[in-house]
Design a protein around this ligand. Structure first.
Ligand code: GMT
Length: 375
């Protein structure tokens, strides 16, 4: 099949999932065309079956807001025509499903019928999409998609709750490629981050408010009073500066390492002992899954779809949003004993395997086959 994938190319779960899916589809022999404004961050190598089409939005002084949706839908029309694309797979309702639908309608004028699959990732529904300014357009785009998928049962339920949806939503969870983790890392450089007697705690995100970054710092503050530890903070975003200040205020600045964005999160997770994810809401929590496959247990909130990934008392612990004391207590319980920690590490790894791409890819391929019948 010839598949056009539309996604956000920046650091963030939806872009990562779209990119990894595209790479896996290309490895299966499909021709994959990424259509977005920048080469996706995890798309390092362009292989034979992978193409990247950049959407340019020319700056024009007349416009207060440059019309990205217009440029994207035009690019999709051109890409479909030029490369004989069979279907569109858009990740994120805003504005991708909307632009995709416009492209579909324009193509129909030329007698080209192209099905569109929309994958909902969370923020497009639970945070931004439900806002009255966007809601009618989001509802419309979802209802006009030929097939709609969501990355967790929780996100499906939230979508049905918040919008008037006429079509079915199929849950297809996010995934990781287990074969990449069959052998343990040989160059895991733990000593770069911490002394031998210290535990390493990690948080990875885009440092938006929804991630509750101050909670991460406060939980760590409590942990390090009981257990020698370092906190590794990976990512960039609006809450980062405040977080650095909070570390100084709490007198733990020397124990918290801010690494910025990284393309090598496996190299960081391979020496991590615990992952913190106290988010306000999270449709899935791909970062938690990436931690688990790297044998890192997770202490998280129980918000959104996180309980579908992190299993209470098995792969880590879950608490109500904002329950900092309980999260710190649970973290200490996992970290204070080597045997307990190793048990959690092994169970995190075993459970992460449920989300192996080899189980998920055929589900997407079946969805594509079904979508082709809409032509
Ligand atoms: O919240 C983020 O880190 C970014 C956001 C995105 O849109 O890329 O992530 C969303 O999609 C991910 C992939 O499906 C999910 O793992 C995240 O849970 C989800 N974020 C939220 O729901 C807040």
């Amino acid at each position: 099949m010839k598949i056009a994938i539309v996604c956000y190319p920046t650091f963030g779960g939806s872009g990562v999932v779209a990119t990894e899916l595209g790479i896996a589809l290309a490895n299966r022999g499909h021709e994959v065309h990424f259509v977005t404004y920048k080469q996706p961050v995890r798309l390092e190598l362009l292989s034979n079956n992978i193409y990247f089409h950049e959407v340019h939005v020319p700056e024009y002084a007349l416009f207060h807001y440059q019309p990205y949706e217009l440029a994207l839908s035009s690019k999709l029309v051109d890409t479909v025509k030029l490369h004989g694309i069979d279907l569109l797979h858009v990740h994120y309702a805003i504005p991708h499903a909307y632009a995709g639908y416009m492209a579909k309608k324009m193509l129909q004028e030329d007698g080209i019928f192209i099905p569109m699959i929309t994958t909902l990732h969370g923020t497009d529904i639970t945070l931004v999409g439900k806002h009255p300014f966007y809601k009618p357009a989001v509802t419309f785009s979802i209802n006009k998609s030929d097939i709609v998928t969501s990355v967790s049962q929780n996100l499906k339920d939230a979508t049905l709750d918040l919008f008037t949806i006429e079509n079915d939503i199929e849950v297809i969870p996010n995934f990781i490629d287990v074969t990449n983790y069959d052998n343990t890392f040989t160059d895991c450089q733990r000593s770069l981050m911490a002394k031998d007697n210290e535990r390493i705690i990690t948080h990875i995100s885009n440092f938006r408010k929804v991630k509750r970054i101050p909670d991460v710092i406060k939980i760590f503050h409590k942990i390090q009073k009981k257990i020698p530890a370092k906190l590794v903070m990976v990512g960039e975003g609006p809450e980062k500066e405040k977080a650095e200040l909070l570390c100084e205020e709490l007198g733990i600045a020397d124990k918290v390492i801010f690494l910025g964005n990284s393309n090598q999160i496996d190299k960081i997770l391979c020496f991590s002992d615990l992952f913190l994810l106290p988010s306000e809401t999270e449709s899935f929590g791909l970062a938690a899954l990436e931690a688990m496959i790297n044998k890192t247990p997770v202490v998280s909130s129980n918000a959104g779809g996180i309980p579908e990934v992190n299993i209470q008392g098995v792969t880590g612990y879950l608490s109500n949003v904002g329950a900092i004391d309980e999260m710190a207590k649970n973290a200490i319980q996992i970290l204070e004993d080597d045997e307990v920690l190793n048990t959690f590490k092994e169970r995190a790894f075993e459970n992460a395997k449920r989300f192996d791409i080899k189980n998920i890819l055929p589900i997407y391929e079946a969805v594509y086959e079904r979508a082709l019948q809409f032509r």
